[in-house]
Design a binder for this molecule. Structure first.
Ligand SMILES: *Cc1c(COP(=O)(O)O)cnc(C)c1O
Length: 418
């Protein structure tokens, strides 16, 4: 039989790591809803604790449903292994903490998801860790910010709300020249659009809550290890026992053994199951998200009430060219931002909408809108919001997979009635 990993991406999103044979013929992975697993013999449990079997012990450590999703996501991203977590933030926190010690530094793009921004600039600071944030698309600035204390370079494939896209290939070269890995949050692109490991990235993280699920019914995250980075002893002396145990998957072992288990960032298997149901349609959904996004961006661009539209698919966007290169002409993602006159106009617009959901999420099959200045970023001070381009006139739209005409018509009537 042809190995499942030999198929094309659109087939693998459905079939990879599915093994009905071992599931008594079920075509969906069972939800193993059990806190712990019984072992026939004392010897087997002892061996399992020593990592000498792939059996399961306790849900906080591993779970068969979660493992199926892990194999699938590792395959889709071209990685060697993965750990799923209870949320995207748990994945990001685990991946970073596995690398950081007091006194260490991070070099990161400044176009960051809000909680990641807070983690880097406020929370890690409490533990003596410094994050040096530079313009995400400025690879020279990334390079000059790296020093002997830097443990990794961190980027998001598509930044938000600027929708800026860094050249991951060059960023990986810069990081590797200094002997450090590149970590990429690939949530907004999804592996359909971009596979950072193929660009040279070493670790990929996702909030599976978003495009990978697509239905808004599950929360989750994942850390994927390329298995290709060489953890040199001088810069990463703390990796030694993990290298001895797991070789190329030393990083993932450290994430799992030190952080996932002890911080208790477990994914509930029901959420892995729901994520896998969503994954089946990822390729099809992404196609439609992107066709719709272009139409919606063009529609908004033509409306006189709309002051500006930021979407990488518009030729005037500064990341338009790099997006075409990195995403192989497949598209430009499903998110855009646009500006109305001021906050009051944005509020009136949101309140006029009839179809589009007003909520704090993205990557759903439904079109979603939010006014970030007054919601997620409301506790940020003015200077910080300005630095992050979170202005009072900005609305963020996650374009869904409905009929593009209905999305545009809903926004059209909301604009007409301002
Ligand atoms: C939502 C999101 C996260 C956080 O994921 P949760 O599942 O909400 O914890 C991280 N990064 C990006 C880019 C996101 O959109």
């Amino acid at each position: 039989m042809k190995p499942k990993t030999a198929y094309r991406f659109d087939t693998r999103v459905i079939h990879s790591s599915q093994s009905p044979g071992s599931w008594q013929g079920a075509t969906l992975p069972p939800i193993f809803q059990t806190a712990a697993h019984a072992h026939e013999t004392a010897e087997n449990l002892s061996k399992t604790f020593a990592g000498k079997t792939t059996d399961h012990i306790y849900m906080r450590l591993t779970n068969p449903t979660n493992r199926t999703l892990e194999a699938k996501l590792a395959d889709l991203e071209g990685g060697q292994g993965a750990v799923v977590t209870g949320s995207g933030m748990a994945a990001i926190n685990n991946a970073c903490m596995a690398l950081l010690r007091t006194g260490d530094e991070i070099v990161s793009g400044n176009s960051l998801f809000m909680s990641t921004y807070l983690l880097f600039t406020k929370i890690f600071k409490k533990y003596g860790i410094t994050a040096n944030l530079v313009e995400s698309t400025d690879i020279e600035a990334l390079k000059s910010a790296i020093n002997e204390k830097t443990r990794f370079v961190y980027l998001e494939t598509i930044g938000n709300p600027k929708m800026d896209i860094p050249d991951l290939t060059r960023a990986a070269e810069v990081a590797h020249a200094s002997g450090i890995p590149l970590l990429v949050d690939n949530t907004l692109a999804s592996p359909y659009l971009c596979r950072p490991i193929e660009c040279g990235a070493d670790v990929v993280m996702h909030s599976t809550t978003k495009y990978l699920s697509g239905h808004g019914a599950a929360v989750g995250g994942v850390v994927i290890d390329s298995g290709q980075f060489s953890w040199n002893e001088e810069r990463f002396p703390d990796f030694k026992p993990f290298i001895e145990r797991k070789g190329p998957l030393a990083f993932l072992d450290k994430v799992w053994r030190e952080h996932h288990i002890n911080f208790g960032t477990t994914q509930a298997p029901l959420h892995s199951f729901l994520t896998m149901i969503g994954l089946d349609t990822l390729a099809l959904r992404m196609e439609r998200h992107m066709v719709n996004s272009i139409k919606v961006a063009q529609y908004l661009n033509e409306r006189s009430e709309v002051a500006w539209v930021t979407y990488p698919g518009l030729s005037e966007h500064p990341s338009n060219r790099i997006a075409q290169k990195l995403f192989n002409g497949k598209g430009f993602g499903g998110m855009l931002t646009f500006g109305l006159k001021d906050q009051e106009t944005c509020f009136r617009f949101i309140n006029n909408l009839k179809l589009i959901y007003h909520l704090a999420n993205l990557g759903d099959c439904k079109t979603l809108i939010i006014h970030p200045y007054s919601s997620q970023y409301s506790s940020f001070d003015e200077a910080e919001r300005e630095a992050l381009s979170i202005t009072p006139d900005l609305l963020r739209l996650s374009v869904g997979i409905e009929a593009a005409e209905d999305i545009c018509e809903d926004m059209g009537q909301a604009l007409d009635n301002l």
